[in-house]
Design a protein around this ligand. Sequence first.
Ligand code: NAP
Length: 303
Amino acid sequence: MGTIRDVIIIGSGPAGLTAAIYTARARFEPLVIAGFTFGGQLMNTTLVENFPGFAEGIQGPELMQGMIDQAKNQGAEFINKNATQVDFSGEVKKVWVGDDVYQARAVIVAVGSEPRRLGIPGEDEFYGKGVSTCATCDGAFYRDKVVAVIGGGDSAMEEASFLAKFASKVHVIHRRDAFRASKAMQERVLAHEKIDVLWNTTVTEVVGDTKVEKLLLQNTQDESTSELVVDGMFLSIGHIPNSEMFSGQLELDDDGYVVHTGSKTSVDGVFVAGELIDKVYRQAVVTAGMGCKAAMDVEKWLA
Ligand code: NAP
């Protein structure tokens, strides 16, 4: 049945890549199943100003490429395809990439989370035709156009500020009367001349012909409805853990996060790191730290 490795790492955000660096340095020759869109969420970010060691900040993709190169230099092997199935039931763990199966004594799962969607009419239909979850990827298409950003967290503030560089107007639509975002990021948005905020408002439908033309809105307090003419809608309403593949294999909580003790999962020999177990911090430096812990726990476990 082919080679049995010491460790396979599924995922290539800061958690997976840090785990790869550590396990490679420990000479376990890890296999990283990195995914088609390897590098995680920071591949869709511009300037990262809060990762320690970069006095002037660093672009997200550059940071992630640095981690990938570092892991490769230490001896990690990469497959830039998605893991499609796992079987953690035996002593040897199996991970499939399409028809190919890879085996290891230990597995670290670090596949992170993905953007939450609203689940309203028109959202799927116009996805990629005005509906986006990534301002960094799509913002430049909205030069001198009007866009809406949905959400009130740090991500929404970041997206709104970024989009204001291109768009003629940015409407931030938030379901409450106060932002969840940190004060500094809120202040930047609230002071920006191109950005306004629609408080206590939800989007109930995305309307258009071949692309987004307007949003139907509802006030959460008096339930009054209105319309907002926009060229694009950027969703920034949090994330959902990518744990579907592990359902039935690992114990998950009600929100789909992996149940864990430290980096240990419910299955002996399967470890977890990053946003699959982090509902709170979601910071690259935190997930990198988790990747380090998982790698060190694997090292001990293998010994
Ligand atoms: P978040 O903090 O969970 O905020 C999500 C926002 O979306 C909230 O304002 C929430 O509203 C709203 N929301 C959720 N579901 C919704 C729905 N169905 N309809 C309408 N609105 C909805 O998520 P995030 O902004 O992605 O941030 C995640 C974490 O990353 C946070 O810890 C944040 O601090 C961190 N982060 C940090 C930075 C940075 O420091 N540079 C940048 C980005 C993110 P409510 O407030 O009403 O719940």
